[in-house]
Design a protein around this ligand. Sequence first.
Ligand SMILES: [Fe+2]
Length: 318
Amino acid sequence: MTRIAFASCCRYESFPHIPHNLKQAEWRVVADTNPDYLFLLGDQIYMDYGLRFFSQEYIRSPEKLTIDQFEAKMDAKYSQQFSVPHFNNLITKMREKNALFATWDDHDFAWDNALGSDVPDDKKAVSTRLFKQWVLGQEKPDDKPIYRYVDLPKDNPVARFIILDNRSYSNKKSMLGETQMAFLLEKMQHKLAHTFVCSSLTLTQGGEDWSNFSDEYALFCQAVHASEPNVFFVAGDIHKNKLLEPNKKRPCYEIISSGISVNYLALPFSFDDRHNWGSIEFDENSVTVELHKVKVSNLGEIKETECTRSTLSLLNTG
Ligand SMILES: [Fe+2]
């Protein structure tokens, strides 16, 4: 069995009462399960969050920053996040075994709900470079796209993981852009048992989901129905844990976990705090999903963890 852990939406500023060195013990809980691979599905930092009344970094405020201010702020946020010991320990461990994969979402790309077409090229270039340096760990950032695929486990693959970039090329009509969409459809064709499409945005949940982009979504649905490998969609973004079964609208399971360390609307008190992450265990003939909820004390200690475990039904078995 191979096990991946996945998480998204980590806002350093969310729980200011917890001292830096104790922050985000959720990552230690993930590390303790010793996953084979880790997927970060976006919003590793938050350039903006919350309403103007509660937050100096209220939503869409990065739009007003000069390019130098934007870069300085983003770099400082990454620096702060990567110096959180619980996070850094896990990232270091996963990087040592070459087992870290990541994409981004709106708050680490530019600002709340930003489409690629909304963001000027100079800001996109800055956020792309900083993402590659900090999150992908590239000393000299390459010029490859952030979307990519990997077959896992590496020594004897049974599943293909396709990691999407929902932001760089998006506009009102398209979430992926033509080139990335063609890449996805091509890479979904293979001989392994499963395809996991990993995305920051969900398929059908929340305001920004892929089903809003109707032409592209229809193409994806067609590809899932025609797929020989079992297809699963793994996502974050909505600050909830959800496992949704295929139905008329949804061509495949949608596995969502998000909000590993974030609260609601940047309220200055504890409200709707999220400490969620997910894991998926698989081999050729089975896929089991665990959605975890952690409770964290005011001092940053883990109080309890809750987990729902579901074995998914597969259309095709090896
Ligand atoms: Fe988020």
